[in-house]
Design a binder for this molecule. Structure first.
Ligand code: ATP
Ligand code: MG
Length: 167
């Protein structure tokens, strides 16, 4: 079977990694969607789709399950979103998500939806990690080492702090 997992991954963190490591045990292959792919350089979405692909691909290098990382742009009609996702991805039979809208849209389309348990959600959240970057607080322990490398390489923290400034 092929599983599907989607997030914005702004940035990819240890909560996501924990879910993907668990999914790897029951799927033969995993399709990972990088959502809101067209958005970057904003306070809520600082990283490009390409940078997020790099974070995921490097962090999952040792996963013992083949995976595909596929950027997916937003569409302005939720009713058409599942078809849009399907047009961009290898066929999958199970969706792993705890996002209520994602779960609802796939359930309505007749797709099997499973909700993995959250991993230390209070600290392991993109919103919390971006705020820590803005505040100059430690965030590196919340993401895989490969993500620390990517964010250093692209000067991601400096980017986020600059775009959060006012003119
Ligand atoms: P943001 O705060 O920017 O929304 P996020 O941490 O929720 O970031 P997303 O990219 O929105 O990350 O999430 C992708 C998927 O990962 C969502 O289905 C979300 O519920 C799930 N997820 C997020 N954090 C965790 C976690 N700590 N453990 C398990 N799943 C998580
Ligand atoms: Mg979220």
């Amino acid at each position: 079977s092929r599983g599907f997992y989607i997030g914005r991954f702004q940035p990819y963190h240890n909560g996501h990694q924990s879910v993907l490591e668990r999914i790897a045990c029951f799927a033969d292959e995993i399709v990972i969607g990088v959502g809101s792919a067209q958005v970057s350089h904003t306070v809520a979405n600082p990283f490009t789709a390409g940078e997020r692909v790099l974070m995921l691909t490097r962090s999952l290098a040792d996963l013992d399950c083949p995976f595909y990382v596929i950027p997916i742009e937003d569409v302005q009609r939720n009713a058409l979103w599942v078809a849009h996702v399907r047009a961009m991805t290898p066929p999958f039979d199970t969706v792993y998500s705890s996002n209520p809208l994602v779960m609802q849209l796939f359930a309505e389309a007749g797709v099997d939806v499973q909700s993995p348990d959250m991993y230390e959600r209070l600290t392991h959240s993109g919103t919390v990690i971006r705020q820590r970057m803005l505040d100059g607080e430690p965030w590196e322990h919340l993401v895989p080492p490969a993500v620390v490398d990517v964010i250093r390489e692209i000067h991601g923290v400096e980017r986020l702090q600059r775009i959060a400034g006012s003119d």
